[in-house]
Design a protein around this ligand. Structure first.
Ligand SMILES: O=C(O)c1cccc(C(=O)CC[C@H]2O[C@@H](n3cnc4c(=O)[nH]cnc43)[C@H](O)[C@@H]2O)c1
Ligand SMILES: [Zn+2]
Length: 354
């Protein structure tokens, strides 16, 4: 079993406590990939024919991946556990609870609606379920959720068409939807083919946030910028291989949604010490730190901040700046951003006061 949370211990104890209480925003976290072992067990109990283990130790082994393709296979077995609107609501609400526990004030959750509608969940009931959970989470936990609907690229243009319809049809489109993404494997799934779908989503007012450069090289990031008009890049890990791209991302202030532990768990990067986050910082790129599929990768957002603190030699002020990067790069409205920025500043000042 991979034990990525071990990295958390590497942060000094005080920094660890500082991170735990720091108000944060999470910009790159997947809906199904956030199902905690407790939720997976509950869903599996509802649907006992599933092959997903429910025992936490067996689940930790099950969530150890040989490569990105293996990760997607396992991911889809968890997707198979979500069969009813009530499953969707439970998952969404419990994900919000886990985020709130980490002092996450705002999160953009990536949802793949096509995976649910193709499993015969009624599209209106699906939208009602996520919206109902969003409103309950905000009222009960104080965590504001917004949605990114993503195309599962490997599923092809039919899935792209359906995802675009679900994201742009005024009768369906949920109030919390702010952005449009592209996920799944990158190898053999060229980004330019999705241009017409992104054009429609952008015309409907959605922000463009495709995954790119996670498992392929910098040319995929260029494609995401040029063809999909990306405003932020999901991962962008392999951007470090192209100095011109690094300069472009820095100059145009296009944030990267960096997910360090995810890159190790899917074997996109060999070790945390080899992670290019340092090169991104040196190039002056706006870095946001995120958890991607936290329970599947044995991590959470607090751990990702601890990893970033270690790799970038950040103190409390540096961590507060990192947290504010995520707020600034988010699609929250200005008053909402100002509220979280002020909270970060007050928390940090109080922590550092003699
Ligand atoms: O739902 C299906 O039946 C289905 C059929 C064929 C292909 C797919 C997908 O490609 C789903 C991929 C799905 O994976 C999500 N995801 C989660 N973590 C990551 C990540 O680190 N990098 C890329 N994608 C990720 C993402 O939301 C995709 O839509 C599904
Ligand atoms: Zn992702």
């Amino acid at each position: 079993m991979t034990e990525h949370l071990g990295a958390f211990a590497a942060a000094p104890r005080d920094l660890h406590a500082f991170i735990a209480g720091l108000p944060k925003a999470e910009l790159h976290v997947h809906h199904v990939g956030s199902a905690s072992p407790r939720i997976v067990a509950e869903l599996a109990a509802r649907h006992p024919d599933s092959k997903v283990p429910t025992d936490p130790e067996a689940l930790a082994d099950y969530f150890t991946f040989t490569d990105f393709a293996h990760f997607i296979d396992v991911y889809l077995s968890v997707v198979d556990l979500i069969r009813t609107p009530e499953d969707v609501r439970l998952l969404t609400y419990e994900v919000a609870r886990d985020l709130a526990r980490q002092q996450v004030r705002y999160a953009e959750l990536t949802i793949t609606p096509w995976s649910s509608t193709r499993r015969n969940i009624d599209e209106y009931a699906f939208m009602d379920a996520v919206e109902d959970a969003r409103k309950a989470a905000e009222a009960e936990f104080g965590t504001v959720l917004r949605w990114c609907f993503d195309i599962p690229g490997e599923a092809g243009l039919e899935a792209a068409e359906e995802t675009t319809r679900l994201a742009t049809d005024d009768r369906l489109r949920p109030e919390g939807l702010v952005s449009f993404g592209l996920g799944g494997p990158e190898i053999g799934v060229p980004r330019p083919q999705f241009k017409p779908y992104f054009d429609r989503a952008i015309a409907a007012g959605l922000h463009s946030v495709p995954h790119a450069g996670e498992t392929t090289g910098p040319e995929t990031v260029w494609d995401a910028l040029t063809h999909l008009r990306a405003e932020r890049i999901g991962h962008g890990t392999h951007s470090f291989q192209d100095p011109k791209l690094l300069a472009h991302l820095a100059e145009h202030r296009i944030p990267l949604e960096v997910c360090p532990t995810s890159n190790i768990a899917t074997r996109a990067v060999r070790t945390l010490d080899e992670h290019p986050i340092k090169e991104f910082a040196q190039a002056g790129i706006v870095i946001t730190v995120n958890s991607d599929d936290p329970p599947m990768f044995g991590t959470d957002l607090n751990n990702e901040y601890a990893v970033a603190a270690r790799l970038l030699h950040l103190d409390e002020q540096g961590l507060a700046a990192l947290a504010k990067n995520a707020v600034d790069a988010s699609f929250l409205d200005e008053p909402g951003k100002a509220r979280i920025r002020n909270e970060i500043d007050s928390y940090t000042s109080a922590w550092l006061a003699p």
